[in-house]
Each structure stands twice: as C-alpha cells, then as structure tokens.
Design a protein around this ligand. Structure first.
Ligand code: NAP
Length: 305
C-alpha cells in the first residue's frame, strides 16, 4: 500500500484515533502523523507510548500543513474544535471526523471551515467499550464498514482519497446521506446502547434486593449488556443529545413492540412469541452471513472468559 496523505493530523487521541494510527502505520498510508488531545495527561501518554510521529499541545498547531485532519473527539466537542482549527487549515486540505452522529456534526463544523478546504464527514462502524490512547489496535476496522457522508459540493477526488484511506485501514466503505445515516445508526447502535444502559440500571436496583445474585449469575445475556453499558459516558451522552429525533423515533417503535410482547406473555400467546423469536433468529443469521459477527457459540468466547 502506498502513502495516501503526506501529513495527517488527529485531534483527540482516544480509541478511534489511536486505532487509526496503528492501522495507518500497518499499511503505510500516512507520511507523518501529528496528534493532539485536550488534556496534558493524554498528550503525555501518547508521547510515552510513541503513538504519533509528533504530539503537539494545541489543535491549531496540529493542523498546520496537514493534508488530512480528522476530528476524533466526542460529537458535542466537534464545533469548538472546528472553530479553533479553521484559521490554521492549509488550503486544499481535507477535514473529516469519526463522530457517531452526522447531521449535527455537519451543522456544527461546516460553518467554521474556510472555503478551499474539503469537509468530508465519516463514521467507522467499529468500536469497543474501551477509551483513551492506549486502547487502540490496528485490526479495529478490519472488515467493518465506514460510512462516508459527503456534503453537497464535495470534491470527487477528495472523497476518493478518503475512501482509499479507510479501505487501506481494512474497512469496507459506503456513502450515505446524513439524515439516513442517523436513522440507521439509531436502529443499529444508539437505541440498543440505551436499552443496555437501562437493563443494567434495572438489574442494579434488583441486585440490592437479591444480595448480588445479579453479578454472581451474570453469564450470557446480561453480561453482554454490561459490556455495552460500560461505554464512555461522555461519548454516549453526546450521541443522544445530537441524534435526538431518530433515537426518539426508534425508541417509540421499540416501546410498541415491547408492549406487544408483554401482552403476548400475559395472554399466554405462545404462537406469537415463537413467530417473533423465529424472525429475530433469522436476522442474527443474516448478520453472520454478512461477515459482521462469528457464529461460534457465545460469540467465540471460551466458557472461562
Ligand atoms: P475516547 O477514547 O474517549 O477519546 C476521546 C478523545 O477526545 C480524547 O483524546 C479526549 O481528550 C478528547 N476530548 C474529549 N472531550 C473533548 C473536548 N470537549 N474538547 C476537545 N477534546 C475532547 O473516544 P473515542 O471512542 O475514540 O471516540 C471519539 C469519537 O469517535 C466520538 O465522536 C465517537 O462518537 C466516535 N466513535 C466512537 C466509537 C466507539 O465505539 N468508541 C465508534 C465509532 C465512532 P482527553 O483524553 O484529553 O480528555
């Protein structure tokens, strides 16, 4: 693989940015990688582990001379970062991001970018519940989708170059309209996270009654909820505040389905429950056939893990 961008600047050095560094290095996609983070603590860790070629103290300094700038901060912080870097961007540079919501990021970032800079938002559909500069790994994006959301007047060559970067980092790439992206993600990621947070909260209330049996017997379903519910609180607060409409729409539908299942249980309607679960089992099979999960029992974990 050859160099796609001579100089890449990453603003924010958490899970996604650090994984990008490892994935770019693995394939030799960037000539030089400059990084910065809000806190001195994170910048010091990044220096200590040699994450980037250079770690600088401010975002404005990081973007000087960069061909690609990627905003890797929580969705609610994107606008402030864009305001800071706007005047320092090189003419012809591409600015992208990795935020989990797209319309709000476009609304908050675009006004701060000068003309002559290409703004091409993106979202890698890959993550873990870990955070910070030590949590990244090169394989995070392998065989996962990255959704590129080109704004109306996006330059085709600049979009093709960003696509080449994500493909080089191991991703499949698709393009989408921002509003559609936000609705799809509300179904596939945002609402499931909210349900996991809720279920863990309910179990926590219960554990006080049952003297920690919830933790002791937390195998299978509940354990997976706790993993999702351990995700970064700032990131997820910002996702819900910035994808309000789509999340509320999907939550409304979820509540209706839940009531239907509740009624079936109360009325002893086994046929309804069986049909419903047969349908959902087929969806799981589709995910496995699409290569987006393993069909090994228990997600491929050994019984002792
Ligand atoms: P992370 O590990 O928590 O790292 C976040 C980074 O943003 C840190 O370097 C942090 O700096 C910085 N930051 C936080 N608040 C800031 C602020 N107000 N102003 C400036 N910088 C700030 O997060 P991540 O998981 O990499 O997520 C980064 C972005 O990727 C988010 O927009 C998220 O929606 C998106 N994303 C995440 C996942 C996932 O599963 N984690 C998946 C796809 C997309 P300090 O360390 O100095 O505090």
């Amino acid at each position: 693989m050859s160099v796609v961008y001579d100089r890449v600047a990453l603003i924010g050095l958490g899970l996604i940015a650090s994984s990008m560094v490892h994935a770019m290095r693995r394939a030799g996609l960037a000539g030089e990688i400059i990084g910065t983070a809000r806190s001195a603590e994170t910048r010091d860790i990044a220096r200590e582990i040699g994450l980037c070629d250079r770690v600088v103290d401010t975002a404005a300094e990081a973007v000087e001379g960069a061909d690609l700038v990627v905003l890797c901060v929580p969705v609610g912080a994107m606008g402030g970062v864009a305001a800071e870097i706007g005047p320092a961007l090189k003419a012809g540079a591409t600015v992208s991001d990795v935020g989990s919501v797209k319309q709000a990021v476009i609304d908050n970032v675009a006004p701060h970018l000068p003309s002559g800079v290409h703004f091409i938002p993106a979202h890698p559909l890959a993550g873990t519940e870990q955070s910070g500069p030590r949590s990244g790994f090169a394989e995070l994006f392998d065989n996962r989708w990255c959704i590129i959301v080109p704004t109306g007047d996006a330059d085709a060559d600049a979009v093709a170059r960003l696509r080449a970067l994500w493909e080089g980092m191991g991703s499949f790439v698709d393009t989408m309209e921002p509003e559609h992206h936000d609705l799809v993600l509300a179904v596939t990621s945002h609402t499931p996270h909210l349900i996991a947070y809720t279920m863990v909260g309910v179990a926590d209330d219960l554990s006080r009654v049952t003297d920690s049996e919830v933790i002791k017997y937390s195998a299978a379903g509940f354990r997976d909820f706790t993993r999702i519910a351990a995700s970064d609180p700032t990131m997820w607060r910002d996702v819900f505040l910035n994808n309000k409409e789509a999340t509320l729409e999907i939550l409304g539908r979820f509540t209706e389905e839940l009531f239907a299942l509740q009624r079936a249980i109360r009325q002893g309607d086994g046929e309804m429950l069986h049909d419903y679960f047969t349908h959902t089992r087929a969806i799981r099979r589709g995910i496995i056939e699409a290569g987006q999960d393993t069909d090994a029992p228990n997600f491929g974990r050994s019984p002792t893990k």
